[in-house]
Design a protein. Sequence first.
Length: 415
Amino acid sequence: MEVDRERLRADLEANGHIGEIEVEEGWGRTVLTGTDADRQARDRFVDRLEDAGLEVRVDPVGNVAGRWMPESADSGASPVAAGSHLDSVPEGGIFDGPLGAYAALEAVRAIQESSVEPVRPLEVVSWTEEEGVRFGTGLLGSSVASGIRSREEALALTDEDGESLGEALDGIGYRGEATVDPASWSAWLELHVEQGSILESAGVPVGVVSAIAGIANCAVAFEGEANHAGATPMDERRDALAAASEFVLDVERAAREAVQEGHEAAVGTVGRLGVSPNANNVVPGRVELTTDQRDVDDAVLRGLVEAASASADRIESERPVSADFDHYRLTEPSHMSDRCVEAATGAADRAGLECSGMHSAGLHDTANVANVTDTVLLFAPSEDGVSHNPREWTDWADCANATRVLAGAMADLAT
Ligand SMILES: [Zn+2]
């Protein structure tokens, strides 16, 4: 399957000028859901889908899908779909999201120009509010389409100024009435930048993801007593931060132990700590913190949470503090389907490209879609592993090679 590298590049560069920001190094853009930049990015995407003969529809939460019905296809067959997202983080790069959306379009154009005769329709999709920056909830459009969140709940989410998603989509003309239903698809594929440096270090152009790590979040509050840092003897202190420090190390230790036991994807982080009164000469009276713990195996992930809970119990029994532990969120790991993974590795083989099996530590819309149909996630190398930054970069040759694999896999799954 041959793709047109310059056509793909032209699409990504033109999209990269929408919401473009002034930067000293790299190429940055800010495209938040429902803004004028988002409208422009969507309009251009829709134009390009229509240029390729796709019939475009928009659903009630602004997800955009274009369908190509090949002459060889059975119009009743379930489609093979691919895509990603067009929104960005503030001052993000030009590849995170747009690569997958435009690569899916390029893959369809490549199949149209090839001798492949698909028996299934092909769809190219862009999901709304993947980054969760404006309305506070990531993977939003795909969560509604996959039946995880109700349309009403999503449309009622508001930004900092109180404007709802529904109002914002109305404002840019992208609150549609059509249906985008992943459960009706035969397969879903997403190409994304790796956002890590495994592929670059290995010198491999394409990653084929077999699982997306689940995430557990716990909130813990350690309560001691604030007191004078000079006048409170060591044996009379109820230091909440010293207690919390033990907990932070236990979270780290549990993840390290899981890795040593062969669960290479396991990670554990305490990235946010609120200390009060947070004063130089006061024994800390209260600490609130949250954990971010991940693994691709559900049992391992739950084990990390149990270790954190046991740590809080232990600290409470050994130190004069109380510990309030709340495991408030669990996003379960998602597993890609064997047949889609095989389609991708087969496509890489046929293209003469080496590919690496790997897992995704970050969440992507594919994690939602995997609940309702067979999926695979592909990675293209990220230069220096950088993303969510204007310095995010993927070589044009790597973009084209990963798109060849995407196109080959789509063709395989659609014939
Ligand atoms: Zn992304």
